[in-house]
Design a protein around this ligand. Structure first.
Ligand code: ZN
Length: 276
């Protein structure tokens, strides 16, 4: 079974279409989305529609939550983007297609905060972190913060977790302590996806390692590489493998759409050109 893991589309239709086309070309069995389908970008409705059409399910991200209910702890640019996004999901006087509006709202309401893939506890899926599925950022530099990572890994029911949220693709590994749990005595590492030469093998050795995998962001990469990012999980061999994919897309088109919408800050478009 090959599963495409996508995350943080952020209403970027141009990036999402390129990713979907690549997924089709690679003969993947299914697509799951780790959340933040909307927020920041100019095409929330089209992106929700495509997720609904192509993904087995989508988790709830903090931006989906913000647009559905209310932005909390958002900077002013992100908050205004959320309010604008929410209005795109409201039926208006001229809206002749009320069924689409209702369907999109229902889809947002049904998003879950976490999932266990195929009922296998080794595969936990959340938007942000196992400890705080909606809000906690796990940054590469957190490998120097053993207390934070130990607490974040703690609630994992099995060996692997899959998260988005930071928009930085790569893999955290934790080597268990002497009592075979993740604690502040564990060793933590992060491998950047862009520095990998081939697929990353989730080497389970004799059960001494735990992994948290981030497929990166489809629609707003932040690792200095503006290409859209996603990953394919292949569970056909003994050690599961992760293939990270990076794809060019016409970011200047998305940037121009954002520039034309006065309530979306220009910076939300220009950052797409540099991946920052
Ligand atoms: Zn995000």
């Amino acid at each position: 079974m090959r599963t495409a893991l996508i995350s943080d589309i952020h209403a970027n239709l141009e990036a999402f279409e390129v990713v979907l086309s690549d997924i089709r070309d690679r003969g993947v069995d299914r697509i799951v989305c780790l959340g933040d389908v909307i927020g920041y970008g100019p095409d929330p409705c089209a992106c929700i529609d495509l997720v609904q059409e192509h993904c087995e399910f989508s988790l709830l991200g903090n931006h989906d939550f913000a647009c559905l209910l209310e932005p909390t702890n958002f900077n002013p640019i992100a908050a205004e983007g959320s309010y604008w996004t929410r209005e795109q999901f409201e039926p208006t006087g001229e809206d002749l297609d009320k069924s689409s509006t209702a369907r999109r709202q229902a889809f947002l309401h049904l998003m879950r905060t976490h999932a266990i893939l195929d009922g296998d506890p080794d595969y936990l899926l959340v938007h942000a972190s196992p400890r705080k599925p909606l809000s906690e950022y796990l940054f590469p530099e957190d490998v120097d913060n053993a207390a934070k990572l130990a607490a974040a890994f703690g609630p994992m029911p099995g060996r692997f977790a899959f998260v988005g949220h930071t928009h930085v693709p790569g893999v955290f590994a934790a080597e268990l302590d002497q009592s075979r749990t993740v604690s502040v005595d564990s060793l933590f590492e992060f491998e950047y996806a862009n520095e990998l030469e081939g697929p990353f093998e989730l080497d389970t050795l004799d059960g001494r390692l735990r992994f948290i995998v981030n497929p990166g962001s489809v629609g707003q990469p932040r690792d200095g590489d503006p290409r859209a990012s996603y990953a394919i999980l292949d569970r056909s061999s003994e050690n599961p493998r992760i293939l990270f994919r990076r794809l060019e897309y016409p970011a200047e088109r998305t940037c121009e759409k954002i520039r034309r919408e006065p309530r979306l800050a220009d910076r939300l478009g220009t950052r797409l050109l540099t991946g920052e």
